[in-house]
Design a protein around this ligand. Structure first.
Ligand code: ADP
Length: 171
């Protein structure tokens, strides 16, 4: 059975088929998890990302993992929080959904996500967790390729928010 696992850790260390990067629309690296992934994957990653000439919010692109233990990196710019009335929830849903669709297309069985948009992009954590987990659960119900999705929380506050959202959804 395919499932969701909520864990605390550093996404760059995971040996999974694909990790997802909370990128920005340039795809040329930035702070937070994006910077950590580019540092760990090595300079080849920026060369590969440059070829895309950017990516719209909510869309996704895939590259090799280069020096990472993961085989692939899926890059998706999540929405910047602007109060909640600028399509943020739909765009965040699109980021998770399109990343999973790309992973399935590349026959990935294990996929790891960071908490997209809840760092510099300031999306409220509880609301982001609900969108993330609902989208992942719906995708897993309808897809036979992706078996396990890890939600990788960097800090205890993020871990608690995702654990609580998960309990609410399974109530
Ligand atoms: P965004 O711009 O989409 O908000 P950030 O990188 O600022 O992206 O933050 C997204 C989440 O990723 C935050 O919860 C942040 O703490 C977390 N994060 C930062 N570094 C890592 C890492 N190495 N592994 C997993 N999560 C990370």
């Amino acid at each position: 059975m395919n499932k969701i696992k909520i864990i605390q850790g550093d996404i760059t260390t995971l040996k999974v088929d694909a990790i997802v990067n909370a990128a920005n629309t340039t795809l040329r690296g930035g702070g937070g998890v994006d910077g950590a992934i580019h540092r760990a994957a090595g300079p080849e990653l920026d060369v590969a990302c440059a070829r895309f000439h950017g990516c719209n919010t909510g869309e996704a692109r895939i590259t090799p993992g280069f020096r990472l233990p993961a085989r692939y990196i899926i890059h998706t710019p999540g929405p910047f929080w602007q109060g909640g009335h600028h399509g943020e929830a739909q765009l965040l849903h699109n980021s998770y959904y399109n990343s999973l669709a790309l992973a399935a297309q590349q026959h990935c069985e294990t996929v790891a996500f960071p908490s997209i948009s809840t760092g510099v992009y300031a999306y409220p954590l509880d609301q982001a967790a609900e969108v993330a987990l609902t989208t992942i659960a719906d995708f897993l119900k309808n897809n036979q390729v992706v078996q396990t999705v890890f939600m990788v929380c960097f800090d205890p506050r993020t871990l608690t928010a995702y654990q609580q959202a998960y309990q609410e959804l399974n109530r």
